[in-house]
Write a protein that binds this ligand. Structure first.
Ligand code: ZN
Length: 253
């Protein structure tokens, strides 16, 4: 978009330079500038059209990943490429969270906000693959394929981004996420830990504190939330996909 605007500006300047020939032409080129379609460029992914309920396909699936942290309290958004009521409501919650018109339709302003929030590798701006995998660099050795582990981690990061925003945009401390079987064994992880699937993250207290993190996680699509009072979780909060298991007794969960 910046390139296009610069091009348009250059054309306008050129037009202005020649304007002594035809003064009326000076104002004319200015009009198309704001009217130029602005497909916000992004190194990771761009959507080609507005999406709303009833749509399906890969563009919907990519949208669902970005709004996975907005399923509502206790909810979980299916990343299935089908724009149903759940996706509509998640989009509306995302829009509301960022002060956009909450109509549940993903159009230009929603995509612009997503572009603003994502890095060129598709991760949200405030979280990185490297912090959610401090086990290895190729995502191998877990209970799912490397590709699946990495894409699960991506969804987890978008949930964390939603949680971070809801808590005032203060940094959330991620101490780890994906583990190969070897890494999991070495830290004494549960044999079927969600860390082996790439969709778990262990959070430090940060400025929020363990209980605030555990409580907030309930609104952002985490099936597993384990924190203070649950065995082995007094020094971190574990958030993950998987079946609903919320236990942080010292936090009233
Ligand atoms: Zn954990």
């Amino acid at each position: 978009m910046k390139t296009r605007l610069a091009g348009a500006t250059a054309a306008f300047v050129a037009g202005a330079a020649a304007s002594f020939v035809a003064p009326v032409a000076v104002a004319a080129p200015a009009t198309p500038v704001p009217a130029t379609p602005a497909p916000a460029a992004d190194g990771c992914y761009t959507w080609s059209q507005p999406l709303s309920e009833g749509a399906s396909g890969d563009e919907v699936r990519n949208l669902q990943i970005r709004v996975a942290g907005y399923p509502g309290n206790g909810g979980r958004l299916a990343i299935d490429g089908v724009y149903g009521a759940g996706t509509r409501d998640a989009v509306a919650r995302f829009q509301e969270a960022y002060g956009l018109s909450a109509d549940g339709v993903a159009g230009e302003s929603t995509f612009a906000k997503i572009y603003e929030l994502q890095d060129d590798d598709c991760s949200p701006v405030n979280f990185d693959y490297s912090e959610i995998n401090n086990c290895n660099s190729d995502w191998s050795g877990g209970k799912v394929s490397a590709d699946e582990a990495k894409s699960n981690a991506l969804v987890t990061m978008w949930k964390l981004q939603a949680m971070r925003h809801a808590m005032g945009d203060a940094p959330i401390q991620v101490n780890g996420g994906f583990r190969s079987v070897t890494c999991n064994d070495s830290v004494g992880g549960a044999p079927d830990s969600r860390h082996l699937y790439g969709d778990a993250a262990d959070l430090g207290a940060g400025s929020q504190g363990f209980c605030a993190l555990a409580q907030q996680a309930r609104d952002h699509g985490f099936g597993e939330i384990l924190g203070p009072g649950y065995p082995g979780h007094d020094d971190h909060v574990h958030v993950a996909g998987g079946a609903d298991t919320w236990s942080a007794p010292d936090c009233g969960i």
